[in-house]
Write a protein that binds this ligand. Structure first.
Ligand code: ZN
Length: 279
């Protein structure tokens, strides 16, 4: 079974607008607070995943309508509103928000691939192992039967890592339940590149287990394609498929609405995701 070094990100974590952009950026507050501006619920899940595994999380700090951290090409990073800005201000936004986010993630992925001992090593093996007995060499194992968040966290902190361990980058997003009259028929979707077999295989198994272990409706490469412009697509150009596995986890925003039949907390969703990932 594969062993990963886990890295988490949340590009559309907040609806925050910059306090001042020389009065030049005009964004309707209602639009800024809507799903156009951010991914409600995503940060809550990303934070819970980080807490449960000890893995690092890089989260965006600005509204998507200012600059979209999950777009990698020129103008695609700007909304209708921010495209109206003078070029110098757009450049300022890239340097202030986009570059630090992507640089932090790139550094984490690199560091984990190079490092002899990577913290946050995240083992997925079958055998039951006593977490209190120190493994002589190699990976820390997490029993699929005895996996609890606590055990995962312990393993993550103690993981000795080593060369050859791929990075598993999970980018946590959420999507609106209805878009332009279309009702989305999924609670959780895993987006990946079907041409990269480690990603395809992991998502196939993960989706299968998640569907068995949770009441959630699971889809793959829905409602978007995993190879569209986004940070995992960008990192795939820089890292080989044996080193980098990039998956966008898309969560239906209806899951976070009280009163919904399948409403859930970020913590509960994170546990579903994690338990099925390491099962
Ligand atoms: Zn998003």
């Amino acid at each position: 079974m594969p062993t990963f070094s886990l890295v988490l990100s949340c590009e559309h974590a907040t609806d925050a607008l910059p306090p001042d952009l020389y009065g030049k950026l005009v964004i309707d507050p209602e639009r800024a607070r809507s799903h156009r501006g951010w991914d409600p619920g995503a940060l809550e899940v990303a934070r819970a995943l980080a807490r449960l595994t000890g893995a690092p999380l890089v989260a965006g700090v600005v509204n998507r309508l200012v600059v979209d951290l999950n777009r990698t090409r020129g103008a695609a990073r700007f909304s209708y509103e921010s495209r109206q800005l003078p070029a110098a201000l757009r450049q300022h936004l890239l340097e202030r928000y986009w570059e630090p986010h992507v640089a932090a993630l790139t550094a984490l992925i690199r560091e984990r691939l190079m490092s002899e001992s990577s913290d946050g090593a995240f083992a997925m093996v079958d055998a039951a192992v006593d977490l209190d007995s120190s493994p002589a060499r190699g990976q820390v194992a997490v029993s699929s039967r005895e996996t609890t968040p606590r055990a995962v966290q312990t393993a993550a902190k103690r993981g000795p890592g080593g060369s050859g361990m791929p990075v598993l980058h999970l980018a946590i997003h959420s999507f609106t339940p209805n878009l332009n009259g279309e009702k989305r028929r999924a609670d959780v979707a895993l987006l990946y590149d079907p041409r990269r077999s480690p990603e395809a295989e992991l998502c196939r198994r993960w989706a299968e287990t998640l569907a068995m272990q949770s009441p959630l409706r699971i889809r793959r490469n829905y409602p978007y394609r995993g190879v569209s412009d986004g940070l995992p697509t960008y990192f795939r150009r820089h890292f080989a498929e044996a080193s980098y596995i990039g998956i966008e986890v898309e969560l239906n925003q209806a899951l976070f609405r009280a009163g919904n039949a399948s409403a859930s907390t970020g913590e509960a969703l994170a546990k579903f995701l994690l338990d099925s990932l390491i099962a």
